[in-house]
Design a protein around this ligand. Structure first.
Ligand code: PMP
Ligand code: GLN
Length: 378
């Protein structure tokens, strides 16, 4: 057979997760909470099943859930998406991203992404015959040079993927960044895929800059979100995307033949939950506390850091400890020290000089303390 993805191996999240398990290491690699989700939401799934919602959900998603999402956009961003034709429920953010790229990217179309980039964008672009064009952001502050972005736009550029707050680096786009993006895409037919799965994890008083807040951007954007990040249940794989109706109707052409529809009882449960639940408004404070605890515990270690501005990830710079590459060092930390993280070089397409590992702080305080004890000994 001929491989369609000859250069793609197994995702780093699976590789490091398996290594952590094998060596009984504390796993701060893959991003997921080690504390419990809200039992009320679990009970709502049971109720939905008992109430008979065990057959296919509507293709677009449960209408009640789409209405709840529309309300949330109104409340948080004072903007409207029509529940009927501008919101679709997906199997996590991952399926939304895959389907959006499949709906719009033809062979030879170019898609601009900002590296280090989450690893599901590029294979989806490649499978559709598209070409990934990278803008590399560099440590320590990972600022975007918008002139460079502009220089990479040409008539083949059909999409740009942005991710604020950005995994794996924990940076956020400022309002000025969003205005630059709006300016350089004006007058083009470029679609923005705005991956906002960490919208409720933004620190130090900053505000999440959703693409839907900027009218010219909103008109060309898909906003992608994930319930898993917000309600501490990544294993549910529930998410959604929003876009103006002409874009959304193209997405649904793919979605209907990709999954058709998404887990029905969980949609019913989320719809009921969102009626009374707005704890996501406190999520930034919750995770900022975790970040601050983690960083205070390792402030005297040999690792250097700039506090994460968003996401539940913290980069640690180990250049003062060893000159090993980050993949080797992350593996050695797992095997010898029983602590697992994610090397970030794998999210670039070029060799990088910086020596950084990503640690997930969506963990019990106890877990963070155990991890810090190890880091302080290195
Ligand atoms: N985008 C980013 C930036 C992520 O970090 C993740 C979660 N790892 C996803 C998308 C996928 O989200 P989901 O688990 O809802 O598919
Ligand atoms: N988004 C999660 C992370 O960055 C991982 C999800 C996955 O395993 N694909 O850690």
């Amino acid at each position: 057979y001929i491989s369609k993805l000859p250069d793609v191996g197994t995702t780093i999240f699976t590789v490091m997760g398996a290594l952590a398990k094998k060596h009984h290491a504390i796993n701060l690699a893959q991003g997921f909470p080690d504390f419990k989700m809200d039992k009320n939401l679990i009970d709502l799934v049971t109720s939905a099943m008992q109430n008979g919602h065990n057959q296919y959900a509507p293709m677009q998603g449960d209408l009640g859930l789409r209405e709840a999402i529309a309300k949330k956009f109104d409340l948080l961003y004072a903007t409207s998406y029509h529940p009927e034709n501008e919101i679709t429920i997906t199997t996590g953010a991952t399926q939304a991203i895959f389907s959006i790229i499949s709906a719009f990217i033809k062979p030879n179309a170019e898609v601009i992404i900002f590296r280090p980039a989450y690893d599901c964008y590029e294979p989806a672009i490649a499978l559709n015959g598209g070409k990934t064009v990278s803008v590399a952001l560099e440590s320590p502050n990972f600022k975007v040079d918008w002139n460079e972005v502009k220089s990479k736009i040409n008539s083949r550029t059909k999409m740009m993927v942005i991710n604020t707050p950005q995994n794996p680096i924990g940076t956020v786009f400022s309002e000025a960044d969003m205005r630059q993006l709006q300016q350089i895409t004006k007058g083009t037919d470029i679609i923005i895929l705005s991956d906002e799965v960490y919208e409720h994890m933004v620190f130090d008083g900053e505000k999440h800059q959703s693409a839907c807040l900027f009218p010219d951007l909103k008109s060309r954007s898909f906003i992608v979100a994930s319930f898993g990040k917000t309600f501490h249940n990544t294993g549910w794989k529930m998410g959604y995307c929003c876009a103006p109706q002409p874009l959304m109707s193209e997405l649904r052409k793919v979605h209907q033949f990709n999954v058709f529809s998404v887990n029905h009882p969980m949609q019913k449960a989320l719809a009921a939950y969102l009626q009374n639940e707005n704890r996501y408004l406190e999520l930034s404070a919750f995770y900022q506390q975790k970040r601050d605890l983690f960083l205070s515990l390792i402030k005297d270690s040999r690792f250097k850091f700039t506090p994460s501005k968003g996401t539940y990830f913290q980069l640690l710079d180990y250049s003062g400890i060893t000159q090993e590459n980050d993949v080797d060092f992350a593996k050695r930390l797992t095997v010898d020290n029983k602590l697992t993280s994610i090397p970030i070089s794998v999210f670039y397409d070029t060799k990088i000089e910086s020596k950084m590992l990503r640690f997930c702080f969506a963990k019990k305080d106890e877990t963070l303390k155990q991890a810090a004890e190890i880091l302080n000994q290195i």
